[in-house]
Design a protein around this ligand. Sequence first.
Ligand SMILES: [Zn+2]
Length: 488
Amino acid sequence: MSPLVRKDDDPRNTLEELLQQSRIEELTSEHDGYEDVEPAHSSTAHDFNGHPFPGNHLQPARTQAKPPLPPWLQAATLGLFHEDLTTTTTQAQAKVTKECLPHLTGQDTSGFELNSHGLPHLRRTQHAAFLHAQFEPLPAPYVAIDASRPWFFYWVLSGLSALGEDINPYREPLIATVRPLQNPTGGFGGGHGQLSHCACSYATILALTIADALHVVDRRATWHWLGTLKQPDGGFRMAIGAEEDIRGAYCAMTMLTLLNLPLELPPDSLARTAGLTRFTDKLGEWISHCQTYEGGIAGAPTNEAHGAIPRYLDVPALLAWLAARQTQPEGGFQGRQEKLVDACYSHWVGGCWALITAALQQPPRNSAALWNRAALVRYLLTCCQQPGKKKGGMRDKPSTRPDAYHTLYSLAGLSHAQNVFTYNARAPTTGEGRSLAAFNWAARGPSKEEMRELGVDEEDLVNFVHPVFVIPMAAVERARQEFEDGTL
Ligand SMILES: [Zn+2]
């Protein structure tokens, strides 16, 4: 299957072409930093101060000693953490630590070109090629996720944007593909003839926002459809007759905000029978019921806590829960207690730091005391990039394969760690019956000093990824302006 319908058969977009591009990249990096023997340089370079190898004095980075390991990877620290009890969980954890440590400590650099801090560079060319290739025909087993087609549009377009790639060539194919997925009663299905679903509609609307194509969305119908998902207890269902959970609340509020839809419930909404008049009525209370004794937030009341977002919450308990999700010694995040590190939680948990720092009304850099940004960057660059000169994409952990989902959320994790996001608490959160709260974010890149602490060079930086919408900041601002007058 091919997730996108193309209007043209542009040969520039074929996989063959992408592989050729990778080959060009491969040739330029032939003498990359991990080779022991350097080629001799010009004849004038050998007669200074008795240097034993001509030209080496011109390349200080290659002759310097390896940078020391950070404190959390030194032998004395590693020795502090051990489990006396052996269970399936501790065995699985020991296996993951064993597979990650050689990468984290630089013992195994997978042939990657290293930056000035001894960490692998972000392989942006390869990751971009991997993401572009997701829009080509995919292997047969992908038919099983045909109903998740819009997610590919979103993961790929958002990932490419984080890498600074031009996504404009995909705009028209995206519009042509998603138009038939929109139901006249509002919302998008995952494939042709499928019922509207919150997850697919969320992914489609984010992809359209990135591509500056929100005019495709029937906003009035979307508002009506979201009204049918709002429940008398304050939560949202994922689809008509489907489960009610916190994803529904997040997806619905994201769509209402980006499309600047009225917070007033449509007249025929079932939630009105319980006296509710707005989409936000009883929503905070409903979310507060999802917070568990552990401090985290579950998918629904009474379930187990899983990576998610705050308000109407026990914030200290949530903070403690979030902080405990960063794994030692890997430095990435796990999704739940006693689970393994996984790169996608670089966003699902890593993205919460900007939100909770704002909720605590702390200066954004204070979050440095709450989580270890450098450890997350090290995990993502050393363990989660697919090795191989022609290969790209990012993965859950070294023993897994890359995919578009983990590529986007790894890049988002890099953005959360590298950049600093601030929330303007003085800006209005509602206006003319619309939700404005999520538009109040600003971002700045790292200073030279912060880059040194993180272990990244200029070419390892990713673009700002919005902490709430997980799309480019500029696309969010464009959507805000597009529907500013609020007419439906
Ligand atoms: Zn994952």
